[in-house]
Design a protein around this ligand. Structure first.
Ligand SMILES: NC(=O)C1=CN([C@@H]2O[C@H](COP(=O)(O)OP(=O)(O)OC[C@H]3O[C@@H](n4cnc5c(N)ncnc54)[C@H](O)[C@@H]3O)[C@@H](O)[C@H]2O)C=CC1
Ligand SMILES: O=C(O)[C@H]1O[C@H](OP(=O)(O)OP(=O)(O)OC[C@H]2O[C@@H](n3ccc(=O)[nH]c3=O)[C@H](O)[C@@H]2O)[C@H](O)[C@@H](O)[C@@H]1O
Length: 442
């Protein structure tokens, strides 16, 4: 099967490299010149386990290539996957401009029998709108083509994106007619191992994607609210979570308390869902609460620090371990670390930060703050009044506490991701303040 993937970002690159590894011939289109230059020399600007190797393999095998223009490769494909960004703009509306632009281009050149597949996360009704855009553009160019369109939302998680793509929990296909659904279902059935394929209408597929991110994000906000209550009553949310997580009706996924969710999707998708609801005249108080609990949670550690050090942090130095919005990625989009660092920096603190993957992307976003980037985790803690753990990278789980004590002004750790063991810190006489751990729990 020959396919085109438009957009070489987190989803597009993973989709392109994975389809190539599954035997497809993939033409990947990207309009960012710098990205494209890098890709032509086999390198990517994304930290994602196994992705670089998969791309190199695809290029070596002659199954994967990168191109600046859709029109150059359109004739080569029977399917076109749109993996374009849909960021939040103007009070949470999803920005569909890239998709609309590419669909205009498609209308001018699309061939008979092509299947257009929308992989981007898009608000209810967008797939139908994109279909109209392609049809109208084709008509304006005097062409009457009969193409298919399907909505095929992506459920991968960054950090294990390739594995998620190759072994999805389900493949969702939203299509108006059987022909489009069957074509896409046949592709997945031919290259994945026993995929669970669910066929529905495009608007149901669009809603299923938002519903999934909303429910996951709401679990994070619920556990964080409970964690704050545990802190107040002297309980540990970790014990509480272990109990509720064993109830099969609850399950233990997405119940890690911390400093809130971030990333390119949860924040923008919940905004977009609220916006859609409002457009239909619906108020959605639970969705709004999920969002506002998360906004507050990102300031939770800062509140602890102010309680201890006061409002004026000039002269204090804080070390930060972890900047990316989650481990396993260099993605800094909506990372809670940004909120924490901006708040501390605004109060006059100096900050030394370390992240195994996100240093370069973080540096660009933190220009103008008082942050210095450290080369490793022990350099970061030098002369620090406290250490803040903001992303749960594996290398933070068992630090050399003796070395920390030697380097820091005082052995104080704010653990925003429940990475450290209380007993270990107690033995080493390191003070540990953890999200969701009340002072009386031990
Ligand atoms: N990042 C993730 O983990 C997931 C993202 N999604 C959804 O997938 C979509 C894409 O997300 P990401 O890959 O994270 O975005 P991204 O921003 O990483 O990638 C989008 C790529 O498209 C390129 N692009 C923009 N306009 C273009 C055009 N006209 N022609 C060619 N290339 C163009 C950009 O330069 C960029 O490289 C979004 O709707 C997102 O909500 C869905 C599931 C997971
Ligand atoms: O649409 C998307 O982009 C994707 O969004 C999330 O994936 P991702 O953003 O890669 O990361 P998650 O592992 O879901 O974590 C999101 C945020 O929630 C936080 N989180 C997650 C789980 C948890 O228990 N506690 C918690 O605070 C993480 O630290 C992170 O900041 C979903 O898990 C994917 O199913 C979805 O495809």
């Amino acid at each position: 099967m020959d396919i085109v993937v438009v957009g070489a970002g987190y989803v597009g690159l993973v989709a392109a490299a994975s389809f190539a590894s599954l035997g497809c011939r993939v033409y990947c289109v990207e309009n960012n010149e710098n990205k494209l230059k890098q890709l032509e020399t086999d390198t990517i600007d994304i930290y994602e386990d196994g992705l670089q190797e998969l791309i190199q393999q695809g290029i070596r095998d002659g199954r994967l290539s990168f191109h600046p223009k859709l029109s150059d490769v359109l004739q080569s494909a029977q399917m076109i996957f749109l993996c374009l960004p849909t960021p939040s703009v103007k009070h949470g509306i999803a920005d569909l401009s890239s998709l609309l632009h590419v669909c205009e281009e498609l209308g001018a050149a699309i061939e008979q029998d092509t299947l257009v597949v929308v992989k981007s996360t898009v608000p209810a009704g967008t797939t139908a709108r994109l279909e109209r855009v392609i049809r109208d553009a084709a008509a304006r160019h005097g062409r009457q083509v009969d193409f298919d369109i399907a909505m095929n939302p992506e459920f991968l998680r960054q950090g294990c994106a390739v594995q998620d793509f190759l072994h999805p929990h389900s493949v969702v296909i939203g299509a108006r007619d059987n022909r489009a659904a069957d074509r896409l279902a046949r592709l997945y059935a031919s290259c994945l191992h026993n995929p669970v394929i669910q066929i529905m209408s495009p608007v149901e597929a669009e809603m299923a994607k938002y519903a999934s991110n909303y429910l996951l994000a709401s679990r994070v906000s619920i556990i964080n609210e409970l964690a704050n209550l545990c802190e107040a009553v002297g309980a540990d949310i970790a014990s509480v979570r272990n109990v509720v997580g064993l109830d099969p009706n609850i399950g233990n996924g997405f119940l890690n308390a911390g400093i809130g969710y971030g990333g390119s999707c949860f924040p923008k998708d919940i905004e977009a869902l609220i916006k859609t609801a409002n457009t239909y005249g619906l108020d959605v108080p639970i969705m709004r609460a999920v969002q506002s609990v998360n906004d507050r949670q990102k300031q939770r550690l800062v509140a602890h620090i102010i309680r201890r050090f006061g409002n004026d942090l000039a002269g204090y130095r804080f070390a930060v371990w972890g900047l990316a919005f989650k481990p396993g990625t260099d993605d800094m989009r909506e990372a809670p670390s940004l909120d924490v660092i901006h708040a501390l920096s605004a109060l006059g603190a100096s900050i030394s930060a370390y992240d195994p993957a996100a240093r370069r992307k973080a540096q660009m976003l933190l220009e103008g703050t008082s942050v210095e980037m450290a080369a490793d985790k022990y350099e970061a803690v030098l002369h620090a009044d406290a250490l803040l753990i903001l992303t749960e990278w594996e290398e933070f789980y068992e630090p050399d506490l003796a070395q920390l004590k030697e380097r820091m002004r005082q052995p104080l750790i704010y653990d925003g991701r429940r990475v450290l063991k209380n007993a270990q810190c107690r033995t080493s006489r390191v003070e540990l303040i953890q999200i969701g751990a009340g002072r009386d729990h031990d």
